[in-house]
Design a protein around this ligand. Structure first.
Ligand code: ADP
Ligand code: MG
Length: 410
């Protein structure tokens, strides 16, 4: 199994030729935004905790060119179905839509946010091509938001600060897609660096890039089960954490210690809220311990921290599902920590994917092992792919006959 991302060059060519086919002219810019997995720090971003995402070599790509009318015409291969015409967004209206075109809401939301910042949005045409599966917990929604902002930046010459852009994208997801997400996804897909994990403090939005050991690949196994964040479970967990804060009289669970959870005041929580709070408190500590273990390259600790992180999501936060649990168990059966240092569910939960660290020499064996284990239990094959920590969002210049060159890594 190849460890390199899908052929980037072919994808650049495809997004350019699809633009030419759809709009009958060459694009002005090509943009690329990766997906992300989170190594540790799940369901803590909205409590001001720290998280540790890594960009992966699956991408959403866009080709764009200006238009003289106040419209955005966008065509997404994956979402077009039988529709051969682009969807049209009227820049004078920018109202969220309901129904089958709801993916446009992410784009409309970002354009509205940019407009509110005083950026004048030009009309433009955009084609989207993706190797990043949607709804798999790999952050395709944040990639779509970020690529929209980058398109405007590329066409206008505006250059947003990475945090400012992420906040606009997050607002778009809250207000136009109805998903009250934290800030991790939008920052991760923009700010990650190749070969590194990105530690984000979700309270002050400070960031630290931590090198990953080169001998390990990231292996993502997708359950094929669609997560249901919009359906309310995510919102429920957020509300439970907020309620736990009220009862503990703190602003966020990040301020809570294990001894606080044993205090008299913590008796007000009741069993369910205590479990939710326990997950957040323990997960925040796991992120710090994991970063230290990474820096010391201590694979036994990494293994133990990822395992207890998954158990906490399964038992205390209750956002796992049988498919995720089976994949994690299968990963730990594969081998000792130096071949498979750790595995856990990644993303919001209720389906989606797991991430495992696997020694580069054993990736092909690991993939077969995971497929066989999952097929045995669920009668179908999971999607398993290996990747390295990729670079964050980039504006690429248009193909000029020799190469696509990167204009900027934010
Ligand atoms: P995730 O971010 O984990 O992939 P979400 O449910 O948050 O899952 O976001 C998925 C949604 O993002 C899709 O339902 C769709 O509306 C939008 N989306 C993702 N990728 C694309 C794409 N290539 N083209 C159009 N819309 C997309
Ligand atoms: Mg998403």
């Amino acid at each position: 199994m190849s460890l390199s991302p899908p052929n980037d060059f072919a994808l650049c060519e495809l997004v350019q030729s699809e633009f030419e086919r759809m709009f009958g002219r060459a694009p002005e810019s090509i943009l690329r935004v990766p997906g992300r997995i989170n190594l540790i720090g799940e369901h803590v971003d909205y409590q001001g905790g720290t998280v540790l995402p890594v960009a992966i070599g699956l991408y959403l790509m866009a080709s764009v060119a200006r238009l003289d009318v106040a419209e955005v015409r966008v065509w997404s291969g994956e979402w077009a179905g039988e529709n051969r015409n682009p969807s049209v967004i009227d820049l004078d209206v920018l109202l969220a839509r309901k129904g089958k075109d709801s993916w446009l809401n992410y784009i409309i939301g970002v354009l509205s946010g940019l407009k509110a910042k005083g950026i004048s949005i030009p009309g433009f045409e955009m084609v989207l091509v993706s190797t990043l599966p949607a709804g798999a917990g790999l952050s395709s929604s944040a990639a779509l938001e970020t690529i929209t902002a980058l398109a405007v930046e590329a066409l206008t010459g505006e250059s947003l600060d990475v945090v400012e852009r992420a906040l606009i994208c997050q607002q778009a997801e809250h207000q136009f897609a109805g998903v009250p997400c934290g800030i991790m996804d939008q920052l991760a897909v923009a700010a990650c660096r190749a070969g590194h994990a990105l530690r984000i403090d979700c309270r002050d939005l400070s960031m630290e890039w931590i090198p990953l050991p080169e001998e390990y690949a990231l292996v993502v196994a997708a359950t094929g089960v669609k997560h249901a964040l919009v359906d309310g479970e995510y919102q429920k967990r957020r509300e439970e954490c907020a309620e736990a804060c009220v009862r503990l009289e703190v602003l966020s669970l990040r301020d809570v210690s294990f001894s606080d959870l044993e205090s008299v005041r913590a008796q007000r929580l009741g069993e369910r809220l205590r479990k939710r709070a326990y997950h957040v408190v323990s997960e925040v500590m796991r992120v710090s311990a994991f970063c230290e273990a990474l820096k010391r390259r201590n694979v036994e600790e990494i293994s133990q921290i990822m395992r207890s992180g998954h158990q906490s999501l399964r038992d205390d936060f209750e956002v796992s599902c049988p498919e995720l649990d089976a994949l994690v168990e299968a990963a730990y059966r594969f081998g000792p920590p130096h071949t498979m240092p750790g595995s856990r569910m990644t993303g919001g939960g209720f389906g989606g994917s797991t991430v495992s660290l696997v020694h580069v020499d054993r990736v092909a064996d690991f993939k077969s092992h995971m497929e066989a284990a999952y097929r045995h239990e669920f009668g179908r094959c999971p999607q398993v792919f290996a990747t390295r920590a990729a670079a964050g969002a980039e504006i690429l210049s248009v193909y000029r006959g020799t190469t696509f060159s990167s204009k900027r890594t934010p």
